[in-house]
Write a protein that binds this ligand. Structure first.
Ligand SMILES: [Zn+2]
Length: 174
């Protein structure tokens, strides 16, 4: 193949996009965790997707979100020897939904994904979540109170969070 980049006329080369960041739904950036080849310009780095590739990329990004969420849950579960049921209660979601996240059958909301991303770096903050249990007792499913406070955290921001009380940084009471 000998296509030229429509942006700058540079040489396009089939490139593995694994490890690169892409927006997906309301996630501003998702790390692509699987191999995915598409023509990328050697000069300006523009990626030229064909229509069908965009749909495949969308699926690959969704799989990446599910995989990362499941591995973050698994790491935390092992660290604190928690049951799935107890974790679901503490997070404030139904155990059925939580089980679907664990088995990668559903994608987490951005808020929940973010929460686990922070917890993967600061596992001790998991114990602060107990203070939320009461808020979800009335049958509400989903961390409603987290939604406004837990905006998207980029990996760069995450590395800059203070080690003490990372949840406080996001306006949590405890
Ligand atoms: Zn180019």
């Amino acid at each position: 193949m000998n296509y030229k980049c429509p942006e700058c006329g540079g040489q396009l080369r089939d490139t593995n996009l694994k490890g690169q960041f892409f927006p997906w739904k309301d996630f501003p950036q998702v790390v692509l965790l699987s191999d995915f080849f598409a023509p990328q310009c050697e000069h300006c780095r523009e990626i030229i997707f064909k229509g069908s590739q965009l749909r495949s990329l969308d699926e690959a990004l969704e799989a990446s979100v599910r995989e990362r969420m499941a591995s973050n849950i698994a790491a935390l579960k092992e660290k604190f020897s928690e049951t799935q049921k107890d974790m679901a209660r503490k997070i404030g979601v139904s155990k059925e939904y939580f089980s679907e996240l664990v088995s990668q059958r559903k994608s987490a909301s951005l808020v929940l994904f973010n929460l686990f991303k922070v917890l993967s770096v600061f596992p001790s903050a998991y114990h602060c979540l107990d203070s939320f249990s009461g808020e979800f007792a009335d049958g509400y499913i989903g961390p409603k109170s987290l939604r406004d406070r837990f905006k998207y955290v980029s990996d760069a921001q995450l590395s800059k969070l203070p080690v003490s009380s990372p949840l406080k940084r996001f306006g949590f009471r405890k």
